[in-house]
Design a protein around this ligand. Structure first.
Ligand code: HAS
Length: 568
């Protein structure tokens, strides 16, 4: 390690904080993943019951969504941000800020998880009213989000210090990516905080008689689709900084990386209505506007596809690759010393299909065909469950190994995990896509009814697709099992002498084309543009909803068609 590297290393306390941020959600993931496998078994009719091992179907589905999609992703984003900001700016982070953020996130996550496992928050990860949860669940989520804000606030002074001492230098790409993710997060969590604190919490405490469902759903999706880019951007940070280096090449264009991150600040929030195309109470014109913006938000991802393919090509040609397509064969797919490459590359390959199906969802007319069907979980297991999840798994292993100074045990096994996951995901999603087109609903315990020959609703034509889904889901479960074997064996291994010099420093690629575009040097114009576009896209529909003054709904639980406290 060089002196410069030592300066970029994190302090001992920060290293411990990051370790907890990585390992705690991985521990919870054991439950989250277990309930994922149970889902496919319920859906295929292998389990024909309302519950399994004492946990109800919808309770398990809520645990699966909240742990995997909210707790794991957010804690990982905070951990990666702590690592990247301290490494790239080298100015040291406030340990107090990072520690406070971690404490709040842990308290919030434990409170929300406790309510889910106690059966008092069976509201799925979207916590849509009129499904009603215990107030502690909503409070837990609010505390968790405030904790993630504080992590970001602790990075800002470090950035300001760095800016003062490096006035001419471009902000490192990793920092641009992490700041963009957290600027999006800061803006989009405001509407969901209003939903939770003003609508859901008072309702759940019994202070209000009912809840405005249309307003709540709109505030949720104001946050909900930006959330997916908050999941995606840390993965893009690894794609733009680490992947070209692992491929033995360079980042093709510095401009493309910066433009991608900054344009997400503008485009990722004013598009949530594409989740509400089927909802009443919102004019088609506003849905049409947000559909157009949704198609626009795919542009930075398409740029990413071309930039990364070009970056991989540089690496492959360095390794002797040639021809128009033959160079693909020269990438380090199966090199154990570059096992992290396979986690990132498999994610990219999966995302091709996740992205294209997102464009289908975004088309107002085609959305009618797939909305609320099994197609949707197929789409999101190729996005958040593909590139994002693989980047989280791979990078957590990379960082835990580096922070503990212990080499990866069973590197070949580690290398196999993303490939097995990819095979499982494609089979799983293939079954769900076709099932969705045949009308299979999402979020439904099919085994009790549609997959039960004794039920009048029996649909034998759904047998094959649900069983393909179950096969894929079980393969994904096997991949995770192998991952945990590698992780646990690595953590429990004796520290190796040879690895003493190891660190959690992330390899960062240099740029092949290092363009300097002044408009990409400052976050402010992008934030201003975002606020203007959000106002244009959201003020009119929210104004309409408030004016319509919809009838308030009482609370429900997913296992009964009658409101809570009423007999069906
Ligand atoms: Fe989505 C629903 C539209 C991206 C996650 N999405 C969801 C839900 C989730 C989710 C969780 O418009 C369900 C929410 C719920 O519970 O109800 N989505 C899009 C669009 C995009 C998109 C247009 N989604 C994502 C990402 C997610 C995510 C990213 C998580 C991280 N989505 C929708 C819509 C709905 C929706 C509707 C609502 C539907 C409904 O009715 O409810 C775009 O951002 C996608 C752009 C991406 C691309 C792909 C670029 C490709 C790349 C790979 C290059 C590969 C290389 C390697 C170089 C255009 C970067 C090559 C390798 C080889 C082997 C050849």
């Amino acid at each position: 390690m060089t002196i410069a590297d030592t300066e970029r290393e994190m302090s001992k306390s920060l290293r411990s904080i990051v370790l907890i941020e990585l390992l705690l959600p991985l521990l919870l993931l054991v439950f989250g993943a277990y309930h994922g496998v149970l889902q496919v078994l319920y859906r295929a009719g292998v389990i024909r019951s309302t519950s399994f091992a004492g946990i109800d179907y919808y309770q398990g589905l809520t645990a699966h969504g909240v742990i995997n999609a909210i707790v794991l992703t957010t804690l990982f984003a905070v951990a990666l941000g702590n690592v990247i900001v301290s490494q790239e700016l080298g100015t040291g982070l406030s340990v107090f800020g990072a520690g406070l953020s971690l404490a709040l996130m842990v308290i919030g996550a434990v409170a929300a998880a406790a309510m889910i496992f106690a059966g008092k928050a069976t509201v799925l990860y979207t916590f849509y009213p009129p499904l009603k949860a215990h107030p502690v669940f909503y409070l837990g989520l609010a505390i968790f989000i405030v904790g993630s804000w504080i992590a970001f606030y602790a990075w800002v002074p470090a950035y300001r210090r760095w800016r003062r001492t490096h006035p001419q230098q471009k902000t490192p790409i990793g920092v641009v990516g992490m700041f963009s993710a957290f600027i999006i997060w800061q803006i989009c969590t405001i509407p969901v905080a209003v939903e939770v604190l003003v609508l859901l919490l008072p309702w759940s405490m019994g202070w209000t008689a009912g809840v405005d469902v249309v307003l709540s759903r709109t505030l949720f999706w104001f946050f909900g689709h930006a959330l997916v880019y908050f999941w995606l951007l840390p993965t893009y940070v690894l794609y733009y900084t680490m992947l070209p280096k692992l491929a033995g090449g360079k980042l093709f264009s510095d401009f493309a990386a910066r433009f991608t991150f900054l344009s997400f600040i503008v485009l990722s929030i004013p598009i949530g209505l594409h989740h509400q195309f089927a909802d009443p109470g919102i004019a088609a014109s506003w849905k049409g506007l947000q559909m157009t913006l949704t198609l626009l938000v795919a542009v930075p991802s398409m740029m990413t596809a071309f930039t990364l393919a070009a970056s991989l090509e540089i690496g492959a040609r360095q390794a002797g690759g040639h021809g128009l397509f033959a160079w693909w064969a020269k990438l380090p797919y199966f090199q154990t010393d570059r096992w992290m490459f396979s986690f990132l590359f498999c994610g990219l390959a999966i995302f091709l299909f996740g992205g294209v199906t997102g464009l289908i969802n975004a088309a107002y007319s085609m959305n009618n065909l797939i909305h609320n069907t099994a197609w949707l979980p197929a789409h999101f297991h190729l996005t958040v469950g593909g590139p994002v999840f693989l980047a989280i798994l791979g990078m957590s292993l990379f960082l835990v190994s580096g922070l503990l100074g212990k080499p990866i045990v069973f590197p070949r096994l580690a290398l196999s995990v993303p490939y097995i996951w990819t095979i499982g995901t494609f089979i799983f999603s293939g079954g769900l896509f076709v099932g969705g087109l045949r009308g299979e609903p999402r979020r439904t315990n099919l085994g009790l009814t549609y997959l039960n020959p004794a039920s009048p609703s029996y649909r034998p034509d759904w047998w094959i697709t649900t069983h393909i889904g179950a096969l894929g889901g079980c393969i994904m479960g096997v991949a995770l099992l192998l991952y945990f074997v590698v992780l646990v064996r690595t953590i429990t291994a004796h520290p190796a002498r040879a690895y003493r010099g190891a660190s959690a420093l992330i390899p960062v690629s240099t740029a092949y084309h290092d363009e300097d575009v002044p408009a990409l040097r400052n976050f402010s114009p992008w934030i201003v543009a975002a606020v203007l576009l959000i106002t244009l896209a959201y003020y009119p529909p929210i104004h309409d909803i408030l004016k319509n003054n919809f009838k308030l709904a009482p609370g429900y639980s997913p296992d009964s068609p009658a409101a809570i406290g009423k007999t069906p």
